[in-house]
Design a protein around this ligand. Sequence first.
Ligand code: ACO
Length: 392
Amino acid sequence: MAEPQSSADALLQSVKKPESFAAGLEGVVAARSKLCQIDGNLGKLYYAGYPIEELAEGSTYEECAFLLWHGRLPRHEELESLKAELRNKRTLPQQVVDFIAMMPHTAHPMDALRTVASLLATFDQNPERSPEANLHRAVALTAQFPTIVATFHRLRQNQKPVEPHPKLGHAANFLYMLFGSEPDEATTKVMDVAMVLHLDHEMNASTFGSLVVASTLSDLYSAVSAGVGALKGPLHGGANEEVLKMLLEIGDPKNVEAYVDEALAKKVKITGFGHRVYKSYDPRARILKEYARRLSEKTKFSRFFKVNEKLEKVMVERKGKQGIFPNVDLYSGIIYHQMGIATDLFTPIFAIARVAGWTAHVLEYWQENRLFRPNSIYDGPAPRKFLPITQR
Ligand code: ACO
């Protein structure tokens, strides 16, 4: 190392210089957490130690949200109290509804959701920033997300928004506000399972985005707005919308091989496959696949399911040895499509579920907060003299 010429040089030399970097932060551990664990090689997912398969089968969205916010499953009265708080906080301020009504009907619902999540901050006049106050904010945001999406959707169709139902659970109430009628038990269970599966997923891009914002000691609204923004992209939550477009384009199982081979030859990634962490089957995809199979049997949607299944078979044959398998987004789209839900609401449904995960991670991170501030390797020109514009 050269001798420092000045105190500024000495300071520069004392700064630890990164020698290499991990593109996309692959393999970098960014935080400690007790909330969610993934074994990417075995295709296992746990929320606070509970296997996702058991939670999907026997739990509910509300119970899993409690689990992530508190690190343990609720007792009966605790769950009832959370459900009541969620029900009580579903209604949006009238000014927010008026604001949504002014949004262009052609806007993407994820843009509407991100904007309104941010807008809600201006209606929160409580200066209290304690963990307890923030937990209540987390519950309120989780309660309000479905109302925002359903309200935007109804208004863009020139329909009157449906007031939240005073009795229905989280999943059923969302479908009620969307369609204006109470869903049956089977449909409610499928939506609830989808929400449980999408609730959390360790240090995914949108959770990390939320944490980066939260680590500056900004507020929960800013953090979840960042989460929505990050989730929107087609490499992340936006993939479920893209999958349905792809299925429509393929149209028939007999077209699958040609579609896949052409895409792979052009080095185009097939949406609904591949994952940064899973190098085997995403367990959420397995669960959703069974629901999609049951829902589409003997209906006009069975062809969609067959296209999906063939796509899975061909992709696993072609790319399985490279660790590329179906991810959560492969089967969720046909489930929502069969429920009659508009394609551009698929990613907002993901956000409705994930907001509890984002807030749980933020609340946990704030317990031992440290500012996220990584480095980059400077790869530009060496220091050079500035020339005024007249001399360039
Ligand atoms: N189809 C074909 N090839 C793929 C796919 C895919 N879906 N995914 C990865 N690959 C290949 C890449 O071409 C690359 O091959 P190469 O090494 O021969 O060049 C290799 O696998 C590694 O790919 P990366 O893009 O570097 O992997 P990364 O970990 O960065 O990406 C990602 C993960 C973004 C999810 C990627 O698999 C992808 O784009 N999938 C499609 C989009 C998608 O379904 N996203 C949803 C993910 S789940 C979620 O976020 C909820």
